[in-house]
Design a protein around this ligand. Structure first.
Ligand code: ATP
Length: 320
């Protein structure tokens, strides 16, 4: 490859900027021309492409969001849209593309690779729902946002001996709930991967209060249902439980990325560029047990992320 481009697509995540910086600076370091495509595949189809230099990614490693902005694009899901995208890249002489985003964005990269563009996917999503990488870029920051919020909730909940239901992101993957739950000492963690029974949750809450606990935290991944419904059901069926809901929403996608996310993004961004130079294509970049790995995009998008049941059981054991 001689000319590469980079785009961010789908939901944004903290650390996307650090990944952009790494792709641009590594690309330039290795003598490539580097382009930035604004607003994901939508911007590609509108030919919204700018040349990047060393300074265009200055002062962004610490910023959440993405300076190239992100978008969703229905047209790109069609064969015509994908051909148009490949044609536009060819017109610019761009032969390599790094896509930073989630599952859907990876599928777009897969389609472009079949049309002759060399592609690499970087896992940019807070949900940690991408397979063949232990962590996605943004996940660690999202977890720290949740833990920070739970710390604050604990203060007020213990003053009133209340339970706090905290709804966090994660439509199909309970990793934010699990990791934030373990780190914040949550009594109950409800995730899409594990069935739950509200009677048992209520019994546990009552037992914990009887054991002298002054508050309890219930973390609910949005894929399980709304936090509001959990509070409602707890109150309806178990009148003695005084629970309040907090929905953290998009706050989880904001803020300065943690050092972990910045370093992950930097390593993966550089790895994507080096892999393109090595002639690799149609691969997702990931990190497994500290090692950088490439996996076919087809395999990445068709494999469900494994849930860490041991960690889940540990969180419950420690929260008695
Ligand atoms: P997240 O789930 O974290 O928000 P994502 O990348 O999965 O991120 P999507 O909205 O699913 O977000 O996908 C982003 C964009 O990728 C879509 O708007 C579309 O342009 C493109 N895309 C998604 N699925 C496909 C597909 N099957 N083929 C081609 N392009 C796709």
């Amino acid at each position: 490859v001689k000319k590469i481009a980079v785009l961010t697509s789908g939901g944004d995540s903290q650390g996307m900027n650090a990944a952009l910086r790494a792709v641009v600076r590594s690309g330039l370091y290795y003598g490539l021309e580097v382009y930035g495509i604004q607003r994901g595949y939508q911007g590609l189809l509108e030919n919204d492409i700018i040349k990047m230099d060393l300074r265009s990614v200055g002062d962004i490693i610490q910023r959440g969001g993405t300076i190239l902005r992100s978008a969703r694009c229905e047209e790109f899901k069609t064969a015509e849209g994908q051909q148009k995208g490949a044609d536009i890249l060819n017109q610019h002489g761009i032969d390599g593309l790094v896509v930073i985003g989630g599952d859907g964005s990876y599928q777009g990269a897969n389609k472009l690779s079949k049309l002759g563009i060399k592609t690499m996917g970087l896992p940019g999503t807070i949900d940690n729902d991408i397979s063949f990488t232990d962590y996605t870029i943004g996940f660690d920051t999202a977890v720290s946002v949740v833990v920070d919020a739970v710390n604050k909730l604990r203060d007020t909940m213990s003053s009133h001996a209340r339970s706090s239901v905290v709804e966090v992101m994660g439509r199909h993957c309970g990793d934010i709930a699990l990791h934030a739950g373990l780190a914040s000492g949550a009594e109950t963690i409800l995730v899409p991967e594990v069935e739950y029974n509200l009677d048992e949750v209520a019994t546990r809450l009552r037992e914990n209060f009887a054991k002298g606990k002054r508050h309890s935290i219930i973390i609910v991944a949005e894929g399980v249902g709304r936090g509001e419904d959990v509070v409602h059901d707890l109150k309806e069926c178990h009148a003695s439980i005084d629970a309040r809901v907090t929905v953290l929403g998009h706050i989880q996608r904001g803020g300065a990325p943690t050092p972990f996310d910045r370093n992950l993004a930097s390593r993966l961004g550089d790895f994507a560029v080096r892999s393109l130079i090595d002639g690799q294509s149609d691969k997702g970049c990931g990190i497994i047990k500290g090692e950088l790995v490439l996996t076919d995009i087809d395999k990445v998008v068709n494999t469900k992320k494994e849930f860490d049941r041991d960690l889940y059981d540990l969180a419950l054991r420690l929260s008695q």
